[in-house]
Design a protein around this ligand. Structure first.
Ligand SMILES: NC(=O)c1ccc[n+]([C@@H]2O[C@H](COP(=O)([O-])OP(=O)(O)OC[C@H]3O[C@@H](n4cnc5c(N)ncnc54)[C@H](O)[C@@H]3O)[C@@H](O)[C@H]2O)c1
Length: 243
């Protein structure tokens, strides 16, 4: 979706080959370095996008993210926009309203990998001058599906606008939450607004038109991720863990 909406001259990489997509494994630093030659800005989305066994997170998310920043530094890339997640702070209770500067409280190895990506981004920004924006994405969906999403929904239109702001706004390092408008929000949006984000869509419009939230009893912002037994979501295309 981002590739379609952002436009411009894009180079698309994924571990899975596809039309217009170069097959690059983020675990391979040399391959990533080669792929970033001549690139001005990177949107780093590649990862296992849910909870998974630590070894898989270590390879695809931690090492993969290191390889992106390090390859970007070596190639003189100007900016990296990192897809972080609300699961970096998923253990906060829903009663708390937090900003991006609140201490991290990840709700799993996946959440820890996003904390790592943010910390590494800060290192590369402060030490080597890379521009880095980290987006703690809520729930990037066509529409809210369950009651938790009334607090976490990031519409497609707003998500694209937020990534565009992260790509274009003047910044050295930023962490922003990514949600659309909502009266049930848990996250301070000042940092996102400071880079020009103005959400258009409102989760409140879907009130009464969503499924119950199966994770409500946990009381955690991260939803079912906070359950000690949670092993990760699957997306219909099979295992979230790539080969
Ligand atoms: N969708 C959301 O609501 C949401 C919320 C929070 C964070 N995020 C983050 O946004 C990013 C994109 O998420 P998504 O929902 O589009 O998930 P997705 O699974 O559709 O996209 C992730 C892509 O990364 C690729 N990938 C995994 N390991 C790789 C590797 N070693 N080398 C190259 N490519 C690799 C996968 O093949 C996949 O195409 C992820 O980093 C995810 O953690 C998404």
């Amino acid at each position: 979706m981002l590739a379609r909406e952002l436009g411009g001259r894009l180079r698309l990489l994924d571990i899975r080959a596809g039309e217009g997509i170069e097959q690059v494994d983020l675990r391979d630093l040399a391959a990533v370095e080669q792929a970033l030659a001549g690139v001005e800005k990177v949107v780093h989305l590649g990862a296992i996008p849910t909870e998974a066994p630590f070894e898989a997170i270590l390879d695809h998310n931690l090492r993969g993210t290191y390889n992106v920043y390090e390859a970007a530094r070596r190639q003189g890339v100007r900016r990296v926009v990192f897809a972080s997640s609300n699961h970096a702070t998923g253990m906060y209770p829903r009663s708390e309203h937090i900003g991006a500067e609140a201490p991290v409280r990840p709700d799993g190895f996946y959440g820890v990998s996003k904390v790592f990506g943010e910390a590494l981004g800060r290192l590369y920004a402060e030490k080597w001058g890379l521009e880095v924006a980290c987006v703690r994405i809520g729930s990037f969906l066509e529409r809210p599906q369950d009651a938790r999403h009334l607090s976490t929904w990031l519409s497609h239109r707003d998500g694209v606008a937020l990534f565009r702001a992260c790509l274009d706004a003047p910044l050295r390092f930023a962490v922003v939450y990514g949600v659309s408008r909502t009266s049930r929000g848990w996250w301070d949006m000042a940092a996102a607004e400071a880079i020009g984000y103005r959400p258009q869509d409102d989760a409140d419009a879907f009130e009464g038109d969503v499924e119950p939230d199966a994770s409500e009893h946990l009381g955690a912002q991260g939803g079912m991720y906070a359950d000690p037994e949670f092993r990760g979501e699957r997306d219909g295309r099979g295992l979230a863990v790539p080969p």
